[in-house]
Design a protein around this ligand. Sequence first.
Ligand code: TYD
Ligand code: MG
Length: 452
Amino acid sequence: MTAKEQLLFVCSSCGYESRKWLGRCLDCGEWDSLKQQKKQKIRVGRTVAEVHPLAGEGGDELVRLVTGISELDRVLGGGIVPGSMVLIGGDPGIGKSTLILQLLAALAGQEHKVLYVTGEESVAQIRMRADRLAVKSKHIYLATENSVQAIIGLADEVKPAFLAVDSIQTMYSEEVGSAPGSVTQVRESTSLLVTLAKSTGLPLILVGHVTKDGAIAGPRVLEHMVDTVLYFEGDRGQVFRVLRTVKNRFGSTNEIGVFEMKESGLAEVDNPSALFLAERPVNVPGSVVMPSVEGTRPILVEVQALVSPSSLGTARRTAIGADPQRLALLTAVLEKKIGVTLFDHDIFLNIVGGIRIDEPALDLGVIVALLSSLYEKVVDPTTVVCGEVGLAGEIRGVGQMEMRLREAQRLGFKTFLMPESSKRQLEAGSSLGIQIHSVRTVHDVVECLFVE
Ligand code: TYD
Ligand code: MG
């Protein structure tokens, strides 16, 4: 191999790799971001890996570490898997460090020795937070450290049952020249920690910051390297926090855990529907309730819309907690199929409580809220609506109708507006005392709700 072949240039902004130096990264377009890196030689012939038969003894050893915080255990797929690596991302100030400390306290409460390494705060700051959370346990060990090599040494010394690293952007590997937080560092540090987890069976949680556009800062590869990716979301002005599984090698995705940020830390919310609907205005146009299913759990949310004539040249479209593209699409469907004029109206859509809903079943809630606000007609407050809306104005079936129905019934709703195909799939007699109205098109929706 010639010396030239061993040269590798890596973009410090996105991780793009090139054999030759470039003034501008071909991938992310950043200028002067390619830095030379020695390509590591691959050693062949000396193998340390063991080979195991797929079937056989020892396959059932995966005993999960159950934290006892059930909202957290659920998103993890039933607890922490030995040797697994969890990444938790979220905006600054959302409560990641608080959640980590509470997680550690829960494990320490079961007499597990846990280690918390932070590169962000001083021990005094963490003690202050611990006081606030009333966490005091001799099983929690604290260290402020930025070097991954030192952390690995520390883990070897302390031999904890669980390790938390806050945050990956402040860590660096002594073997890489670039600054902490750079793509190369984040990747290298994570990879060292993954090796630590896999080789010793020590489960690990990493905190990662989130950039403005919502990705975990640093390379996307970070998400591929770890077993589980959780996002901690919510409106900082609001008290609700939603912990969402984005990826999980040991459980299902889309699971959510709901918390409330209180004076003394995060409290579990085991009845999120009731909380999200707590302040719902009754008999006000532009509001409707939609039974959503996140992972394995139904949650009722309030969909609010405000449609008002625009005083500006271009009408505004804002969606909070829902996809703005989807809102644009549904607006177009209404204009085309019902003939309402919306292009000269400002449209604001909000899913109340700071929760985000991505499933298409939200569509029907959106159009009902929009029409209710536009027509200034109140939707009966004991009605829930749920269904996908197609481009032809058809209302399409959605899954898990029974679960949605049960949750609506539990919270005392009386009427359910759903796609006709979903109604057909419901087992006879499963309506649970709720009156079911089925719709096939957006026309049916207008007739059913807004025509006397
Ligand atoms: P923190 O966990 O430091 O956020 P992150 O690590 O994601 O940056 O939490 C920060 C916010 O949470 C801060 O604004 C204060 C608030 N908070 C409470 O409301 N109650 C509490 O008990 C704690 C510890 C924090
Ligand atoms: Mg923090």
